[in-house]
Write a protein that binds this ligand. Structure first.
Ligand code: HEC
Length: 187
């Protein structure tokens, strides 16, 4: 019995050595340095802005980026269309707001998350195509459309973390229940 186990182990070892010697499974292509750079977008950006890259963008520039890369899915000005609305009222969410109306202005608690998410995941079919400047710009545009910034200064690693999102209040505890607004149902 012991002997049998020994031979099985030996065979497994020999097989794995063979696979290794053949360059593993002979499938796929190694990533180039450039591709690694393009996809290496960790660590993620923290709420306080740690991890935000250099670069900047204005609301006007963002309007261009938005029209080219986002409007087809999210509506001409963020009101929604084929996909999720990005502009919301009222601020912030109340008990009466339907969960389908949750959006950046009334639900997102940190502007930095908007940068991280957009850079990582949008445009939906081709994430990663926007430069950091373009992401800052389109984030500025979306914040502006939501009535959160006045657009007087460009968004960058210094200004973006300072943006006060109206929905930050959702993180506060309800004074009566000491819970975080238990009536909110996620979409
Ligand atoms: C091809 C359609 C398409 C395009 C183009 C597109 N998106 Fe999206 N977007 C989606 C879909 C679908 C979702 C929902 C994804 C999910 O829930 O996993 C989404 C979700 C989002 C969200 C999260 C909304 C929320 O409150 O949950 C943001 C923010 C966003 N997109 C921003 C952008 C920006 C900025 C651009 C342009 C740079 C863009 N999108 C381009 C399809 C698109």
């Amino acid at each position: 019995m012991r002997r049998k186990r020994f031979y099985v182990a030996l065979l497994a070892l020999a097989l794995s050595a063979l696979v290794l010697a053949q360059g593993r499974y002979q499938i796929g292509t190694p990533l180039s340095e450039q591709e690694v750079q393009e996809w290496n977008i960790r660590p993620s950006i923290l709420a306080n802005g740690v991890g935000l890259p250099p670069g900047q963008g204005t609301v006007d520039e963002g309007a261009q980026v938005y029209a080219t890369h986002c409007a087809s899915c999210h509506g001409a000005t963020g009101e929604g269309g084929a996909f999720t609305r990005l502009v919301s009222e009222p601020f912030p969410i109340t008990k009466e707001v339907d969960s389908v109306d949750f959006a950046i202005g009334n639900y997102w608690q940190y502007a930095t998350t908007l940068f991280d998410y957009t850079r990582r995941a949008m445009p939906f079919a081709t994430p990663g195509i926007l430069s950091n400047d373009e992401v800052y710009a389109v984030v500025a545009y979306i914040l502006y459309q939501n009535g959160i910034i006045d657009g007087s200064e460009p968004m960058n690693a210094q200004t973006l973390p300072k943006v006060q999102m109206p929905a930050r209040a959702l993180l506060e505890l309800d004074p009566n229940t000491q819970k975080r607004f238990p009536w909110i149902r996620l979409p």
